[in-house]
Design a protein around this ligand. Structure first.
Ligand code: FRU
Length: 498
């Protein structure tokens, strides 16, 4: 098996430097880069009895840089095991800027196929430089991957009129029931905003343009990234990550978002064959972008994302030894035009030390805090029942000394706010976000999955999710509840022993 100098160098670097990161310096069950920087998860796939996860990876720095594909595997979506770096920027389509995001699938002959975006820099006679993005393949056995000599398999020559060759990236591939292949790739249209292009192939190696799956027409941000398409509960679903959005009444916030479109396919229409019925944000927290899904062997559609936002990258610990995390995988279903997301059930087998309190009364003078009910790596369930005049109920976690993170429910406004501004931060970037939540009778159910450096809040059994990273002192494990006005709270706490 041929391994380029660039790949060997990356593999040696990760082996040398990962030893300098103690396990306690990482999350307990969220995947982080072996060394250096991680952004988008890539190639989330089931292959030879394991889930494979690749990711955008710079092993040489904790900042974005020449993009490699890092690689890890898991049997249960919770415990991860590293594999050697899978792709390095070492061939014509990707050497200058890297191997950008993409997907993976098993070929009928049992080989593992990766499809990724190669980004190359083109220098013009007038001195200007532009990126050119193409789709490329690599074939492997679950450890080593060989780039396909016929790369690129999709280039500017395959694009429909008006489609940009500069912004043409992040293929997602799947196989149809007739054995043919499809891939959807994000692209910039003539109006400078995103569109999703559909390509088809009989063998996964020779591809041709089919149609436009969806067109932005400037509605949701500018360029779209990291598209996904699948059928779930009888509906067609598109997930994708728009850049440069303005906040709007649907609950999207400024900047990068993840968007879910639920609808159906209109096979007749070449110019946007997806018909939207419902559109909403996938995660209303601070840190979630660039999703990937996989179909598990037992038929569950499972979602992960980069638990980070591009705009909040400056919020990090000094001398960070790694940067970037993959979110906890979530099981997806559709209910009443909404994507419902729940933590994968595999997490429950790691629950220990159950502690419970029922009908805890909190108000302006009664704060609930009990050292027997603390935990930094924990699975928490709260049922909050505010009285009519209750203005807010605040749950603090990762609490120690004067520092804490919090989730605050305001039943009168039906909002939930996550906040890390008091966790010891010294950088002025966004640290708090508020989302609308629905609570018919005022009561709210929260499931809070806490790891050393993150919180993922699932509201009302997955109707809304809010994710955020934080870097509070890892020893801070306090949990407390307070209210302005009166409320009763049921609390169940499990520690997670991973
Ligand atoms: C999304 C993204 C992708 C691209 C990759 C580059 O976060 O911008 O569109 O492929 O990151 O690292």
């Amino acid at each position: 098996m041929y391994r380029s100098d660039e790949l060997l160098k990356a593999r040696i670097t990760e082996q040398l430097y990962e030893k300098k990161i103690r396990p306690e310096e990482r999350p307990a069950f969220h995947l982080t880069p072996r060394v250096g920087w991680m952004n988008d998860p890539n190639g989330f796939s089931w292959y030879q009895g394991e889930y494979h996860m690749f990711y955008q990876y710079n092993p040489y720095d904790t900042q974005w840089g020449p993009m490699h594909w890092g690689h890890a595997v898991t049997k249960d979506l919770i415990r991860w095991e590293n594999r050697p770096c899978a792709l390095a920027p070492d061939t014509f389509p990707d050497r200058e800027a890297g191997c950008f995001s993409g997907d993976a699938a098993e070929l009928p002959d049992g080989r593992h196929l990766l499809m990724y975006t190669g980004c190359r820099r083109e220098k013009h006679l007038d001195g200007t430089i532009c990126d050119v993005q193409t789709q490329n393949l690599a074939i492997g056995d679950g450890v080593d991957y060989q780039k396909y000599p016929g790369n690129p398999v999709l280039s500017e020559l395959d694009l429909p009129e008006g489609a940009s060759r500069i912004d043409f990236r992040d293929p997602k591939i799947w196989r149809e029931s007739d054995g043919s292949w499809r891939c959807v790739v994000a692209n910039r249209a003539e109006d400078e905003t995103g569109q999703l292009l559909l390509f088809t192939s009989l063998d996964a190696f020779h591809w041709s343009y089919l149609s436009k799956l969806a067109v932005n027409h400037g509605r949701f941000g500018r360029m779209w990234e990291c598209p996904d398409y699948f059928v779930l509960d009888g509906k067609s679903v598109i997930l994708m990550s728009p850049q440069d959005m303005e906040p709007d009444s649907l609950g999207f916030h400024a900047g990068n978002n993840v968007l879910c479109m639920i609808g159906h396919l209109d096979e007749e229409d070449e110019n946007g064959c997806f018909r939207e019925e419902f559109v909403h944000p996938v995660d209303d927290g601070i840190d979630f972008y660039a999703t990937q899904t996989v179909l598990s062997p037992d038929g569950r559609r499972i979602l992960t994302g980069w638990m980070q936002s591009w705009d909040t990258v400056p919020y990090r610990v000094d001398n960070a030894k790694w940067f970037g995390q993959v979110s906890l995988p979530r099981e997806l279903t559709i209910r009443d035009g909404r994507l419902i997301q729940r933590p994968v059930r595999e997490l429950e087998q790691y629950r220990t030390d159950k502690a419970e309190r029922r009908n805890v009364a909190v108000d302006d003078s009664r704060v609930f805090a009990d050292p027997a009910l603390s935990g930094r790596i924990a699975d928490l369930i709260f049922e909050i029942r505010p009285e009519e005049d209750c203005r807010e109920v605040e749950i603090r976690f990762a609490e120690g000394g004067s520092h804490y993170c919090s989730v605050t429910y305001r039943s009168q406004d039906q909002t939930l706010t996550i906040d890390r501004s008091h966790s010891g931060v010294i950088r002025d970037v966004l640290h708090s976000r508020t989302a609308k939540v629905s609570a018919a009778d005022g009561s709210l159910k929260l499931r809070m999955i806490l790891d050393r450096y993150s919180a993922e809040i699932f509201v009302n059994d997955g109707e809304t999710v809010m994710s955020m990273t934080h870097y509070a002192d890892p020893e801070a494990a306090g949990i407390s509840v307070r209210a302005r006005g009166e409320a009763a709270v049921d609390i169940t706490r499990y520690l997670l022993n991973i």
